[in-house]
Ligand binder design. Structure first.
Ligand code: SF4
Ligand code: SF4
Length: 160
């Protein structure tokens, strides 16, 4: 006589998997050749699963809203924020970030002309595809446009 456990097991076997084979259905032998095939239109990328509300992805920084209070640097447990004295703004190293959002919580932000309430300079975006060959690449160092990404950034960071 079939037991409840057997019934559950059969039902589970017949269900579709919950995992989303992303970015493609199979594990490619070479990621480089996969990228080439995607560029050539021979392979299509599957969409990722939508992230839930409140997801903590890559930090977004709006230098125009930054008052240079340095609170984000003070609270960051991962030392992922750096002060840029000449600009009185901050630089953020995504590769060090642990996405705790403490910096976002403390950021007072700034009111721009015509606004009633201040808007934070920091926010957590939904971006989660952060793989890169270089932890100091433009994609992984967030700073005001006037700041210089490159050797200076890397050297000052390595000295920390
Ligand atoms: S999210 Fe957390 S770890 Fe990342 S920069 Fe902000 S305080 Fe630091
Ligand atoms: S990003 Fe926010 S918390 Fe950090 S220095 Fe600017 S205003 Fe202050």
């Amino acid at each position: 006589m079939p037991t409840k456990a057997m019934f559950l097991m059969i039902r589970q076997l017949l269900r579709r998997p919950f995992t989303n084979p992303f970015p493609v259905k199979y594990a490619p032998k070479s990621v480089t050749s996969l990228i080439e095939k995607v560029k050539a239109g021979q392979v299509s990328i599957k969409d990722p699963v939508p992230v839930p509300e409140g997801f903590r992805g890559k930090i977004h920084y709006d230098p125009e809203r930054c008052i240079g209070c340095r609170l984000c640097i003070t609270v960051c447990p991962a030392n992922a924020m750096e002060w840029i004295p000449e600009l009185r703004k901050i630089r953020h190293y995504v590769a060090r970030c642990m996405f705790c959002a403490l910096c976002v919580d403390v950021c007072p932000g700034k009111k721009l002309p015509g606004e009633d309430t201040p808007v934070k300079a920091l926010s957590m975006s939904k971006e989660f595809l952060l793989a890169d060959y270089d932890k100091y690449s433009e994609n992984l160092v967030i700073e005001p446009p006037q700041a210089k990404v490159g050797t200076d950034t890397q050297e000052s960071s390595d000295q920390k």
